[in-house]
Design a protein around this ligand. Structure first.
Ligand SMILES: Cc1cc2nc3c(=O)[nH]c(=O)nc-3n(C[C@H](O)[C@H](O)[C@H](O)COP(=O)(O)OP(=O)(O)OC[C@H]3O[C@@H](n4cnc5c(N)ncnc54)[C@H](O)[C@@H]3O)c2cc1C
Ligand SMILES: NC(=O)c1ccc[n+]([C@@H]2O[C@H](COP(=O)([O-])OP(=O)(O)OC[C@H]3O[C@@H](n4cnc5c(N)ncnc54)[C@H](O)[C@@H]3O)[C@@H](O)[C@H]2O)c1
Length: 487
């Protein structure tokens, strides 16, 4: 990341400082902080990357715009079991890609222009910045900025393993892989998390030969164990999986590459591919901000340390006027969490005497892979560990999609809902879904957990549309067998 050149600090003594009421580092979720409250105040927004941040430009939104057509293409493979023979004639990759970026790049450009040219009170610095004092920043070109309040929304970046060949042009991260010019025939995906699962599904949906390697088994191992295990089996049925293998090196081979991978037993193997997608996690950008110049604290894993009001800590106490949100400080690396924290910071900046807390009790997530996965709350393992301490009794249920009318219609062999609840109170502790539209099916369960609705009341207290797939959620709630709450 191109930050300030050595020697800039010396030169700065001769440069003037520009003062702002608010300086925001990062134009992703940070961009939403500029409300009408700031109309009569001076705001700086600083971003050295593409305006709009990760979700818009290289994250959630473009990936889902690839996921959807890939899902349509893969439907052809599933339809045969229902007596419908479909053939995918062609995937016009450049059209798929240009539809995505034709929409997204225009939104990024429009947002940048609006901030840069149309708002008199806002100054956009299209540069990276770092701290040189508690309330002072310097940009890469040496502009010095002082602000009464600073919000750090600097996000995260892809982690790359340090292996020979990682810089080859055929090696991509999620930042670049969506813009390639041609659909590759063979794709090597490295990693076993969210990004690897989504892109393996996209490329295999488009009929590329996908090989996914991961150093551990099963895939998606932060999910409830049964989800990880069943997803790993579903993935193995769709693309080549090599688990227990680590990337050692990559060499050019013709127009593609040959990747050497090392097994847990010390053996080696090679995988030939046209491109490699490296998806081995994302690192907070906190390390690029010279936060020691402001005396700010870091968590053990390198994230900025914040309190429940999103105030950045310095020596364990809130640093005056410094806030953080999103991937730079959050353990969640999810856009809906960054958005929530941005709303909290927006309120707290505008109401310093009435601070709100972030609510991280029931953070859901979805992996838009095939089959889809969604989860909220505790895994069974976590719930049982908690119960050992509290003495609570845990009940769990696994309800297959195939036990409902819609599941029969789909002839669905893999989808299921798993619920975990407290037996005595009927409160849901965790919900985990794998299958068609899991990200939609889970929403009423998130709602129940967020508002304290017990499983019995949720199942019995409303109509469930017959023969919708939501009946699998209704049946799971009923199968938990919890009682009506005593009044
Ligand atoms: C491929 C992919 C798919 C994803 N899909 C989903 C999904 O489906 N659902 C979901 O909830 N989440 C998803 N995420 C995660 C989501 O994108 C992030 O959690 C979210 O965008 C983080 O927002 P943010 O505002 O914290 O950071 P960002 O949006 O990354 O914004 C940070 C900005 O700060 C800038 N910056 C960094 N350092 C500096 C500096 N020193 N000076 C100035 N500017 C700086 C960067 O250029 C960047 O524009 C996905 C992520 C990826 C990579
Ligand atoms: N649908 C969504 O909400 C969505 C989609 C994509 C990304 N994201 C967010 O972005 C984050 C980053 O995604 P990700 O998939 O890169 O990370 P991840 O943390 O989900 O998975 C990283 C994977 O890389 C493996 N790994 C780590 N270091 C390695 C190494 N040196 N060699 C080989 N393998 C290694 C890990 O074992 C793990 O399987 C996610 O945690 C998620 O929060 C969310």
């Amino acid at each position: 990341m191109p930050l300030t050149e050595p020697g800039t600090l010396g030169r700065l003594r001769w440069l003037s400082v520009t003062y702002f009421d608010l300086a925001i580092i990062g134009s992703g979720s940070g961009n939403s902080l500029i409300t009408p409250y700031w109309d009569d105040k001076k705001v700086a927004i600083i971003d050295g990357g593409t305006f709009g941040g990760t979700c818009l430009n290289v994250g959630c939104i473009p990936t889902k715009m690839f996921v959807y057509p890939a899902q349509l293409a893969s439907a052809a493979k599933e339809a045969a079991a229902l007596g419908v023979d479909m053939v995918v004639k062609d995937v016009r990759w450049q059209e798929v890609r240009d539809r995505v970026f034709g929409r997204i790049d225009a939104i990024s450009d429009g947002g940048r222009r609006y901030r840069d040219e149309e708002l008199d009170n806002v100054t956009l610095y299209p540069e990276y910045a770092k701290f040189i004092g508690p309330k002072t920043l310097v940009t890469a070109s040496g502009e010095s900025i002082e602000a009464e309040r600073i919000v750090i929304a600097a996000g995260s970046r892809a982690h790359l393993p340090d292996v020979p060949g990682i810089d080859l042009p055929q090696v991509h991260t999620s930042d670049t892989v969506m813009r390639i010019d041609q659909l590759p025939e063979r794709v090597l995906v490295v990693g076993g998390g969210f990004i690897a699962a989504e892109f393996a599904a996209v490329f295999s949906g488009f009929d590329c030969e996908v090989t996914q390697i991961n150093r551990s088994a099963p895939l998606l191992k932060s999910e409830d164990r049964i989800v990880s295990e069943r997803f790993t089996a579903a993935a193995a049925a769709q693309w080549n999986l090599k688990l227990g293998w680590t990337l050692s090196r990559i060499e050019e081979a013709g127009s593609g590459v040959r990747a050497t991978i090392a097994g847990a037993d010390g053996g080696e193997a090679v995988v030939d591919a046209d491109i490699v997608l490296v998806a081995t996690g994302r690192l907070t950008n906190a390390d690029s901000l010279d936060i020691q110049a402001a005396g700010l604290d870091l968590e053990e894993d390198g994230r900025l340390a914040v309190d429940e009001f999103q105030r950045v800590l310095a020596g364990g106490i809130p640093a005056e006027g410094i806030w953080a949100l999103g991937d730079v400080s959050s353990p969640y690396q999810l856009k809906h969490v960054a958005n929530h924290e941005a709303r909290v910071v927006t309120h707290n900046l505008e109401h310093p005497d009435d601070l709100r807390r972030s609510d991280h009790r029931f953070v859901p997530s979805a992996v838009f892979t095939r089959p889809q996965i969604a989860s909220v709350g505790l895994t069974e393992e976590q719930a049982r560990q908690d119960a050992e301490v509290s003495g609570a009794q845990i009940v769990t249920v696994i309800q297959e999609y195939g036990t409902t009318a819609y599941g029969w219609a789909m002839e669905d062999p893999t989808g299921f809902v798993k619920l975990i609840a407290d037996k005595a109170t009927g409160q849901l502790l965790g919900a985990h879904i794998m299958g068609h539209e899991a990200s939609i099916l889970i929403q009423p369960l998130i709602q129940a957990m967020s508002f304290g609705l017990d499983a019995y009341t949720m199942a019995h207290g409303q109509y469930w549309i017959h023969s919708a797939l939501t009946e699998v959620v209704e049946n799971a709630l009923l199968a938990l067998g919890t009682d009506a709450p005593s009044t």
